[in-house]
Design a protein around this ligand. Structure first.
Ligand code: NG6
Ligand code: CA
Length: 502
């Protein structure tokens, strides 16, 4: 009897120990989400005009992917898919103005709320661009719903983009440094009392712009949208990377004894591209290169902070971008003129907004010394939409039925344990692309394209005929072979119909 009791005690102790171990061994998770960074913009992928030693170090000590994709060629849709595991088209997610309502339903499970269930402290620092509130936003009180309501315990946000009003930070959904005697109003479309406008005061501008960015002038830069009030709360563009990095590091410091998930969503290298004086002329490409160097510095700061807290070994860092590179997105910063031999998209065709590969094929590095072999590469076909199900599996969470409908558990691929990626991969732009192995199918344009895109990019990716490319022999999508391979076109169209019907 005593022996049985002893054995039982031993088994119970073993179980307790195991549970403790399992909890302790869950990694911290940090997604470093860069804005508009192209496949070829980092050293390990062949960058010429700028050095990125900190990002390269992540690759050297981790796993670098050559065929990993954001789910869309623009920001809001990619972020929506990342956080919900659902394709953006299912919710008509498109680039949002700075006063748009939140596009994630607070009732639905999200990547951060799933991780909360698994015991993680969750935080978002940086660019949001998923909308806030329910309609008309009052910026002078707590803005809700927002990150908290969709699963982030902590938030420090740039509400939309650097080139859109309001130009203020929100911490836990309240404007930072707001003087209530100087309340904020914001408007898109309807003219309101506003800071001086770019279109009326070009002499006040640091950088000239296209006609779409000639609204409120703040810090010498004119933006999309009107804004009034909130003088004490205005951000200084040149300080944004430092402010965000400090907040991200503070989040790590505060949560170092818990498991945490940090979604560090850098504003760089989105426009307006104005580097801090510390980084001016740190590249040979002018402002666009300088803000890549600045972004690289931020990455170094985060890894340094994790190292200092003794957490680097067991932190899963996923470094990637929301959409492809863009040289001229409205502000005159000589990115085209100063490019030299640097290839922002690497060998791929297209750019931000484009359905060609460069629109969604992202620089993607996974770093987790405890689990991921250093200095490896993977050519597996992967989409960011899969991070939801993959991370759920990693932390042992089941997702509710109907949650993350497009997300596949490919955790072993993300960690380099297999090279087996997706069979099919959807790419969203102003039309749709579908990948299967070496094949890339492009559906003829099916959506109205905003006039400014039509004006600026005569991208044949938007044309009306079917396109099919064999990326193995034609990685830059120059030779349309759809007539030679009707059988592949058929497979692709069938699969696409299935995705749309789901
Ligand atoms: C576009 C802006 C562009 C950029 C983009 C969002 C115009 C003409 N252009 O609407 O400047 O802000 O939105 O970029 O309005 S993204 O990376 O957040 O998708
Ligand atoms: Ca972007």
């Amino acid at each position: 009897m005593r022996l049985i009791a002893k054995r039982l005690l031993f088994v119970i102790m073993l179980m307790i120990f195991n549970i403790g171990m399992a909890q302790n061994s869950d990694p911290n998770i940090v997604i470093i989400y860069v804005d508009d960074l192209g496949y070829g913009d980092i050293g390990v992928n062949g960058a010429i005009g700028v050095k990125t030693p900190h990002v390269d170090a992540l690759a050297k000590n981790g796993l670098n992917f050559t065929d990993a994709h954001s789910s869309s060629a623009t920001c809001t849709p990619s972020r929506y898919s990342l956080l919900t595991g659902s394709y953006a088209f299912r919710n008509n997610a498109a680039i949002l103005e700075g006063d748009a309502p939140l596009i994630i339903d607070p009732k639905q499970e999200t990547l951060p709320s799933m991780l909360q269930k698994a015991g993680y402290k969750t935080g978002v620092v940086g660019k949001w661009h998923l909308g806030l509130g329910n309609g008309k936003i009052n910026w002078n009180t707590r803005v809700s719903p927002g990150p908290k309501e969709v699963g982030f315990d902590y938030s420090f946000l740039i509400p939309a983009t650097g080139d859109r009003t309001p130009c203020v930070y929100l911490e836990n959904q309240e404007v930072v440094g707001l003087d209530l005697a100087d309340p904020i109003t914001v408007s898109y479309g309807t003219k309101i009392d506003s800071y001086p406008l770019g279109r009326e005061h070009p002499e006040m501008l640091k950088m000239h712009t296209d006609p779409y960015h000639q609204g409120a002038i703040i810090n010498g830069i004119s933006r999309i949208g009107y804004m009034n009030g909130g003088k004490d709360a205005l951000w200084i563009d040149e300080d944004i990377p430092f402010v965000l990095t400090d907040k991200a590091n503070a989040f790590i410091e505060e949560n170092k004894s818990d498991k945490f998930f940090l979604y560090f969503s850098l504003h760089d290298i989105h426009q307006p591209r104005v580097a801090n004086i510390k980084f001016v002329e740190s590249s040979t490409m002018g402002p666009r290169g300088d803000v890549i160097a600045q972004m690289d510095w931020c990455v170094g700061q985060i890894t340094e902070q994790l190292k200092k807290a003794n957490l680097l070994e067991n932190t899963l860092i996923i470094f990637t971008s929301d959409n492809g590179p863009i040289l001229d997105d409205g502000y005159l910063d000589y990115a085209i003129e100063l490019l030299g031999k640097h290839k922002p998209a690497g060998p791929f065709k297209g750019a931000k907004y484009s359905i060609y590969e460069a629109g969604t094929r992202m620089p993607t590095i996974v770093h987790w010394p405890k689990e991921v072999k250093a200095g490896t590469t993977s050519s597996a076909l992967l989409s960011q939409v899969d991070l939801f199900a993959s991370l759920a599996s990693l932390v042992g969470e089941k997702t509710k039925k109907g949650t993350a409908p497009d997300s596949k558990n490919l955790i072993n691929t993300w960690l380099g344990k297999t090279q087996q990626g997706r069979e099919f991969l959807l790419e969203e732009a102003y039309t749709f692309g579908l990948r299967k192995g070496k094949w890339k199918y492009i559906k003829p344009k099916n959506k109205a394209i905003p006039k400014w895109i039509e004006d600026k990019f005569v991208d044949p990716g938007f044309r009306k005929e079917v396109q099919l490319f064999n990326l193995e022999v034609d990685p830059s999508e120059n030779n349309n072979v759809y007539k030679e391979h009707p059988e592949i076109v058929e497979i692709m169209e069938k699969e696409m119909a299935k995705i749309f019907k789901k």
